[in-house]
Design a protein around this ligand. Structure first.
Ligand code: F0G
Length: 458
């Protein structure tokens, strides 16, 4: 008998969330300059802005909070976290940071110089931001299949080896200080990278003597997909898969706010002592002493526990099943979503959903705003606004995909919430022909504009 999926936990504490009316939401989103980041959390009913730092900690993690050692140097909590990171990644050297982009800031200060080229699979925006801020260039080598939202491919986060090798041969190899593999690939839709691809990329990089770094924000979810979709790994534990994956690389940065199952924190883990030695100077300047790096002792303790919980098969199965359930339900309603459904989020394909809105009027943003007004659900645009302007021409970069991401926080919302979200989208989809006008930018920042952009309705 095959029983339906159910969560491998029960709820010990609840947090109320506020409902509101369409009229209230119309007023609030206008006051927020049509930027969903500007809404107050109490103006949102179901918050799918991000799965970053928004999940629920376990009783064991909360217990660890009480055991936190807040010594400035050499705390027990640091040791716990260092041991967990080494046990999971195999990397000898560890630096805590306050979040993922801080890890990028420290590591890239060490590795990236003006004119450098850093290939990868659709770098996350802060990763690209930290490269471009140092006048480097991030080159996307993701496989073409990733850009067709209807096409089924089990590992749409994979790197195209030909594209990667072309970067190595078209440029002086000293200009390529490293490559970044993002697992799972957030920008490509939360899509995993296969072990076969990671291994092949690592072998190619060895030939050219280019180090491989992982952006490991959602590495546990990636390892779960490898177990489920790659025959050779079906009998391995998620932890064993993670160990093999990290062995193909030279180090990683991680936003612990995802698969660390904590609300704040970041990790740098490295094989090479020299890189570590160079990085700690920046860590001390930007983050704090090397045994806390912007984190409280108690938070390091909770992260040490969270890292292990995130590798548990039952947890991952329920996490991924919940996201898949939402995506498949929408797919059944005919709502265009990216397929296969990613690990942490369901992505609406705005090019197919609202082709009636011109792309110059930010159609994915328009769809995200509509979802908020209709149902109080906050998603996020992963489209032209996020893609920003070309640093040289200052022209808008129109990405192949115009998406709205509905990111599901970990261990936070119930099955009924998923039903509510899917029904709201069905309603919007059924009346999509009425959508004609989008938005225009009134003000934007020179870099990473999506957080603070101000828009007006056309
Ligand atoms: N790398 C990836 C793949 C990410 O998804 C993020 C953050 C970061 C790095 C930066 O980490 O936020 O801790 O500084 N992603 C969040 C998101 C913000 O909503 O997807 P951070």
């Amino acid at each position: 008998m095959k029983l339906p999926y159910a969560e491998p936990y029960r709820i010990k504490m609840v947090e109320s969330i506020k409902k509101s009316t369409i009229e209230e939401r119309k007023k609030w989103i206008k006051e927020a300059n049509y930027n969903l980041f500007n809404l107050k959390s109490d103006q949102v009913y179901i918050d799918l802005l991000t799965d970053s730092g928004t999940g629920a900690m376990s009783d064991k993690q909360w217990a660890e909070i009480m055991l936190g050692d807040e010594s400035y140097a050499g705390s027990r909590s640091f040791e716990k976290l260092k041991n967990a990171v080494k046990d999971i990644t195999g990397y000898e050297f560890f630096i805590p940071t306050h979040q993922g982009r801080a890890a990028e800031n420290v590591l890239f200060s060490t590795l990236v110089k003006e004119g450098d080229i850093i290939p990868g699979n659709s770098h996350f925006d802060t990763t690209k931001g930290h490269i471009e801020f140092r006048k480097g260039k991030a080159v996307d080598c993701t496989i073409d299949e990733a850009f067709d939202t209807d096409l089924y491919h089990p590992f749409k986060g994979n790197i195209d080896l030909k594209k990667l090798e072309k970067v190595f041969t078209d440029n002086a190899i000293e200009k390529v200080p490293f490559i970044v593999i993002t697992v799972t690939c957030n920008t490509a839709g939360g899509q995993p990278v296969s072990m076969k691809n990671i291994k092949a990329v690592s072998e190619l990089c060895k030939q050219y003597k280019v180090p491989v770094y992982f952006d490991a924000a959602r590495y546990a979810e990636n390892c779960y997909f490898i177990k489920e979709r790659e025959e050779a790994y079906k009998n391995k534990s998620v932890k064993e898969i993670a160990a093999e994956m990290f062995a193909y690389g030279d180090g990683m940065t991680m936003s612990s706010k995802k698969d660390g199952l904590v609300n704040m924190g970041g990790i740098i883990a490295l094989k090479d002592e020299e890189v570590y030695r160079n990085a700690i100077t920046y860590a001390i300047m930007f983050e704090g002493f090397i045994t806390y790096g912007g984190m409280s002792g108690r938070d390091m303790g909770a992260l040490a526990v969270g890292l292990y919980e995130a590798l548990e098969y039952d947890y991952l199965a329920s996490r991924i099943t919940q996201v898949q359930y939402l995506g498949e339900k929408m797919d059944d309603f005919g709502v265009p979503v990216q397929k296969p459904i990613g690990g942490h989020a369901v992505y609406l394909d705005a090019n197919k959903f609202v082709p009636t809105i011109p792309k110059e009027e930010y159609r994915a943003q328009a769809l995200a705003i509509e979802l908020y007004i209709v149902a109080g659900i906050r998603g996020v645009e992963i489209g032209t606004i996020l893609a920003d302007r070309d640093p040289e021409t200052r022209e808008n970069r129109y990405p192949e995909l115009e998406l709205v991401r509905l990111a599901i926080p970990r261990r936070t919302y119930t099955h009924n919430h998923m039903e509510y979200i899917a029904s709201a989208l069905k309603g919007i989809y059924d009346s999509r022909a009425e959508a004609k006008n989008g938005y225009a930018i009134v003000w934007e920042a020179p870099i990473m504009r999506h957080f603070t952009v101000k828009l007006k309705k056309i």
